[in-house]
Design a protein around this ligand. Structure first.
Ligand SMILES: Cc1cc2nc3c(=O)[nH]c(=O)nc-3n(C[C@H](O)[C@H](O)[C@H](O)COP(=O)(O)OP(=O)(O)OC[C@H]3O[C@@H](n4cnc5c(N)ncnc54)[C@H](O)[C@@H]3O)c2cc1C
Length: 413
């Protein structure tokens, strides 16, 4: 009787944490997602470079919430959010809410470059990461039967666009896939002809990181023979040739785009002001101004931090905002005031390759083996599901000991 109905859109890092934290609250929850699983996006690039299989970084929602009594799961894509009538539309019907949490995340931003969107590869979701893996592996097969050196070099040129953490991790892992694994699989192929090029429009890599870590990243990538081109803008890719801002060209069959994201399209149906790459400005309590019954969190929300900068689109922000929103919902239901959200920065981490990562934890910057060990254990710890943690650990240990990426399957012609 009169149990408030909380509808949560999105079971990513933000939405999942709201739903879990409300497990004992006097509310009825409907959690909606277009997927039937929670995806650990920070390891998607490992799927793309044949290091992990998708089931090791994704976990079924119905398993996660098996024991939770106050939740109903709905698989489907929300196509409309009506703030005046308090309902969301999915699968041709509507669901009314008392409170709404919007945690729909972000999608890739190609900044209007249609050719790059059509011909390039991505690591934004499982399907795209698998397409990238299939394509990468096919390039080695193709090169192994190509007699013309110029053509072979173009097939073996891999260009990653975007020097953020995902681009850096992808480029480093790809370089090591070539130098540690493919050299053994293709002994007759001269892999000195292979190139991994990292393009970045800015004058440095990994912008949010301090200077010493940017420098360490640069050096670690160069150690792995990644060619880094800073201050370099991509303008076109037709599947065979990359054209840069200064009109120069690179013959390459592979472009992996990691250079931009924008908030999810369903936010457009809110009809409210947007900021940054399509995010929705929220109050300090993560509520929508004029609609305090609506919370927006994670990549979808735009909130300026104490230092005057918008909070970054990171899983740590989404997780903390999910927990804060669950607490605030319970406060509001009790008739109390919600509390402002304050982000506690847990530090920064990015891996570049075997034994190589950069980290800033508790204000201390360091790089190399120790940072890499922390990265490995933290990512294993943060994966959902005991089985997944064990499998990923065994996989990585195997790869580490035997210089292997085990998932070298081409699953589409
Ligand atoms: C390749 C990659 C690497 C990353 N690496 C890191 C990293 O190393 N460290 C880090 O902290 N962060 C990293 N991030 C960023 C991090 O993944 C995001 O900041 C985080 O996922 C945001 O959480 P969220 O809950 O806002 O959205 P998400 O986790 O993206 O979840 C959104 C959910 O909403 C669902 N959804 C969207 N639209 C609809 C709709 N209309 N109807 C129904 N469901 C919908 C989606 O299916 C998804 O499950 C990375 C991201 C990517 C893509």
């Amino acid at each position: 009787m009169n149990t408030p109905h909380v509808v949560i859109i999105g079971a990513g890092f933000g939405g999942l944490n709201v739903a879990r934290q409300l497990r004992n609250a006097p509310v009825q929850i409907t959690l909606i997602d277009k997927r039937n699983y929670h995806l650990f996006q920070p390891l998607l690039y490992q799927v793309a470079i044949a290091g992990l299989v998708p089931s090791q970084i994704a976990y079924p929602l119905r398993t996660i919430f098996r024991g939770q009594k106050n939740i109903t799961l709905q698989m489907g894509e929300v196509t409309e959010i009506n703030l005046e009538a308090c309902y969301v539309r999915l699968n041709g019907s509507v669901i009314a809410y008392d409170y709404l949490v919007i945690a729909v995340g972000a999608e890739t931003n190609f900044f209007g470059m249609d050719s790059v969107e059509q011909e390039g590869f991505q690591v934004k979701d499982i399907q795209k990461a698998i397409s990238t893996r299939n394509h990468l592996l096919k390039m080695f097969e193709l090169a192994s039967r190509e007699a013309d050196e110029e053509k072979r070099r173009a097939i073996l040129t891999f260009v990653v666009v975007g020097g953020g953490p995902t681009g850096v991790e992808t480029a480093g892992a790809l370089a090591e896939l070539i130098s540690h694994v493919m050299v053994k699989d293709f002994p007759d192929l001269n892999l000195n002809e292979a190139r991994v090029i990292l393009l970045e429009a800015n004058d440095h890599l990994i912008t949010p990181y301090p200077h010493e870590l940017r420098h360490a990243t640069f050096e670690l990538l160069r150690r792995d023979h990644v060619e880094i081109q800073l201050n370099t803008k991509l303008v076109d890719f037709d599947g065979q040739t990359i054209t840069l801002g200064d009109s120069s060209q690179i013959a390459a069959h592979t472009l992996i785009w990691t250079a931009g994201i924008k908030a999810a399209p369903v936010l457009g149906s809110l009809g409210v002001k947007r900021a940054g790459p399509g995010r929705v400005p929220v109050t300090s309590t993560l509520q929508l101004p004029e609609h305090p019954e609506v919370f927006i969190i994670g990549d979808a929300a735009y909130l300026v931090n104490g230092n005057g900068q918008p909070l970054p689109m990171l899983s740590t922000v989404a997780i903390q905002q999910g927990k804060s929103t669950a607490r605030n919902l319970q406060q509001i239901i009790k008739g109390e005031k919600p509390k402002p959200f304050h982000y506690k920065d847990p530090g920064l981490l990015a891996t570049i390759g075997r034994n190589a990562a950069v980290a800033r934890i508790w204000g201390v910057s360091f790089s190399g083996f120790i940072a890499w060990v922390i990265w490995v254990f933290l990512h294993i710890y943060r994966l959902i599901g005991f089985r997944n943690r064990i499998l990923v650990f065994v996989n990585w240990a195997w790869d580490y000991l035997f210089y292997e990426n085990q998932i070298r399957l081409i699953t589409k012609e």
